[in-house]
Design a protein around this ligand. Structure first.
Ligand code: HEM
Length: 390
């Protein structure tokens, strides 16, 4: 009897102790050292079946204020998730296998999505769009200050062949495809922000789908145009001492002098190489986007940059990060090209009297040619003098 009483007293005391400890509020835990994840202290308290401060879980689940009522509604296990597993998936600490086939299907949670999305919707649109508006404004000011560049003394009426039909075909293939790609690319990038409020989601959906189709398919014409014009014009675009002189004289734009130039002057060589180098870069990143996960190129490129410049760019990238870099790079390259090309279109059309004919019918006024490309005219005339075609 005495021992029974004794056991009952011990049991009651233990229960009281246990429930009072269990009910004990979990102490505030400093999780800064673990980046917000649970600490050793949490684990030990859980092993001892003590109450723990599980805000690191409930906060990760979303709204901490809702976490308790949700688990209440759904029952003991229904509202519980397992953040440790999700965290392991997220930080690539386990290697999940899925039944879905295809590249990168093992990536279940992709951590870089939001930073990429914010960069794309924020600075890319703001600075890219801003640069386009700025170059248009600058050209408008230039037009009003300098006016159209005219042929001194006017055209003489005699024509000289500047570009053959195949050259003009290459140019317009490149130009037509680039303009289409530029417009459809801008619709894809900015349409959600600027077009949906104007035309509504239904019309925009059709426009966006059409833009995407055009963008993906016209890209091939651009690449072909790039290759054609490269081989036709590269020989005329090798930099020379003459270009330096042309640049020092500012191309004669403000002095109204006419610095010497062969077939292409320094300004045109800059346009040519900008189009070629950036065109290749925009094409490669575009191909990487067109064939998702099949053409990763940024980790390798970063590795090369690091070894040359000693930078610390990341060289281990998840498949999705590769795509995100490709996407941002593609947009940046495209914007730089668009800025250069808007200036090119200006000078090849309204900006300079007689220039458009070169790509229009291929024949330019002899006086225009003498003023802007004197050494080229001399070469052509020398050849003609020998009976060759220009
Ligand atoms: C409506 C749009 C365009 C017009 C009116 C235009 C006009 C011209 C003209 C007149 C020339 C010959 C200049 C000369 O005789 O020396 C030329 C050359 C050239 N164009 Fe265009 N172009 C346009 C769009 C483009 C686009 C979109 C690209 C590339 C993406 C491009 C790339 C080139 C290149 C690389 C050259 C040779 C280098 C140079 O003259 O600057 N053009 N263009």
């Amino acid at each position: 009897m005495k021992s029974k009483l004794y056991s009952a007293a011990v049991f009651a005391l233990a229960t009281l102790l246990f429930t009072s400890v269990w009910a004990q509020e979990a102490p505030a835990v400093d999780r800064t050292a673990t980046g917000g994840a649970q600490t050793l202290n949490d684990i030990m308290r859980r092993q001892e079946q003590l109450k723990i401060d599980d805000s690191f879980r409930s906060e990760n689940l979303g709204n901490p204020a809702n976490a308790a009522p949700i688990s209440g509604q759904l029952g003991t296990l229904g509202g519980r998730s397992d953040p440790d597993i999700y965290r392991a998936i997220r930080y690539n600490e386990i290697d999940p296998s899925t039944q879905v086939r295809g590249p990168a299907t093992g990536v279940l949670i992709q951590d870089g999505g939001m930073p990429w999305y914010k960069l794309r919707e924020g600075p890319v649109i703001t600075y890219g769009g801003g640069a386009l508006l700025a170059i248009i404004a600058l050209l408008a000011v230039f037009y009003f200050v300098r006016g159209r560049i005219m042929i001194d003394g006017g055209p003489v009426g005699t024509k000289i062949e500047r570009f053959k039909a195949i050259e003009r075909f290459g140019h317009w293939l490149l130009a037509g495809s680039f303009i289409t790609l530029g417009l459809t690319g801008l619709i894809t990038l900015m349409g959600r922000s600027f077009l949906i409020p104007v035309m509504g989601p239904e019309v925009f959906a059709t426009l966006a789908a059409g833009s995407k189709w055009l963008h993906n398919n016209i890209a091939w014409a651009f690449m072909l145009g790039l290759v054609l014009t490269f081989f036709m014009w590269v020989a005329h675009n090798i930099p020379s001492k003459l270009d330096w002189q042309w640049l020092k004289e500012g191309g004669g734009i403000f002095t109204k002098a006419h610095p010497h130039a062969k077939k292409f002057n320094a300004g045109q060589k800059i346009v040519f190489w900008t189009v070629m180098v950036l065109g290749v870069s925009v094409s490669l990143s575009g191909l990487s986007l067109l064939f998702p996960f099949e053409m990763p190129m940024f980790a390798k490129t970063f590795g090369i940059i690091n070894s040359v410049l000693g930078t610390g760019l990341p060289t281990v990238l998840t498949p999705h990060e590769e795509m995100q870099y490709a996407n941002i790079w593609h947009s940046i390259m495209a914007f730089v090209m668009m800025v250069a090309i808007i200036a090119h279109i200006y000078i090849g059309s309204v900006g300079m009297e007689g220039a458009f004919d070169a790509m229009g019918n291929g024949q330019v006024d002899l006086e225009w040619a003498r003023q802007h490309h004197d050494l080229w005219v001399a070469e052509v005339e020398a050849k003609q003098g020998k009976g060759d075609s220009p």
